[in-house]
Design a protein around this ligand. Structure first.
Ligand SMILES: [Zn+2]
Length: 323
């Protein structure tokens, strides 16, 4: 199953973000985000992006969409200003905090490897974000149901930072570092650009009841190809649920699962709006009956096992709508 990533592209349109001379944060964040999206899609990820051109893009509206999108990872792409230098990332402060910190660290490691210095500490509690805008982002980040990283590549008013990324080629290079960090966090194998593709970078986590034969069949590849791509498995008849294996791309059948007839984001919005507007109130009931109905609806619509996640995301969306 492909991973889902939401990208908030900092600022846009009449909101230039931080500026220095001709350099504008909104341009840098757009260049970086488009490259980040390209790299993630190259690794079979599904991407929700807030904007792809220079338009006004209020963050609150996008976070509501990102919440409904139910991403595996969310990221904000920004550039800092105000004295200081180096990369920093802010993490969530809710039940996702530990995973959010791990995500921020994975990105920071790749950014440093790509040549940018890190602030100390590089990964920060978002409550330390001093501005009203920052405080607003605390609330918004915590509504996203997946781990989140709010990234500031560096300071636009720092000459040493600027020298590392005022050229668009370097902005793309650091966006590639973001992509690598995210994919490492998600356990997706990185494929260098132009690398011949006898195997694509898809990984699969073994579930209870799987066999190598069933996994090969479900991915449209031969058993031999699957075994060959996983030399670490000494006995293909003995595979362990929870272990991650590599799915080679040599098959001819499509590797994507068949898309569900109902789109997840559309259904979340539909149900959340019905609840908020009081329509179908008898149908959705009140807590905790509502939660039970949402779980059942999610299981019916998206397959058993999806109900709890669906209920959580709808409730998060409702919370955004009524705030
Ligand atoms: Zn910004």
């Amino acid at each position: 199953m492909s991973k889902r990533i939401s990208i908030e592209v900092g600022h846009g349109g009449s909101d230039h973000g931080a500026t220095f001379g001709d350099l504008r944060e909104k341009d840098i964040t757009l260049t970086m985000s488009l490259e980040l999206m390209r790299q993630l899609r190259r690794h079979d990820c599904e991407v929700l992006i807030s904007r792809t051109t220079d338009v006004n893009d209020p963050a609150a509206a996008f976070f509501a969409r990102a919440t409904a999108f139910n991403p595996d990872v969310g990221i904000s792409v920004h550039v800092n200003a105000g004295g200081g230098n180096g990369f920093e990332a802010f993490h969530q402060t809710n039940e996702l905090q530990a995973r959010s910190i791990a995500l921020c660290r994975a990105i920071a490691d790749r950014v440093r490897a790509a040549g940018q210095v890190l602030r100390n500490p590089a990964v920060r509690n978002v409550n330390a974000f001093p501005t009203p805008t920052g405080q607003n982002f605390v609330r918004l980040m915590n509504t996203v149901p997946g781990p989140y990283a709010y990234c500031e590549l560096g300071f636009i008013d720092s000459p040493s930072d600027r020298a590392r990324w005022d050229a668009t080629a370097n902005q793309r290079r650091f966006a590639t570092a973001y992509a690598r960090g995210i994919l490492e966090f998600l356990g997706v194998v990185w494929i260098d650009e132009g690398q011949s593709q006898p195997s694509t970078g898809i990984t699969y986590t073994i579930r209870q009841g799987d066999t190598m034969t069933s996994i090969a069949r479900n991915h449209g590849i031969t058993l031999e190809a699957l075994v060959a791509a996983n030399p670490q498995i000494s006995n293909p008849d003995l595979i362990i649920p929870g272990h991650v294996i590599r799915i080679p791309g040599a098959g001819t059948a499509p590797t994507r699962p068949v898309a569900p007839a109902v789109n997840w984001e559309t259904e979340v919005n539909h149900v959340a709006n019905e609840i908020v507007n009081g329509r179908n109130a008898g149908g959705w009931g009140n807590n905790p009956q509502r939660r039970q109905r949402l779980i059942e609806h999610g299981n019916r619509t998206f397959g058993s096992g999806q109900g709890t996640r669906f209920a959580d995301v709808v409730q998060a969306r409702v919370n955004v709508l009524v705030r």
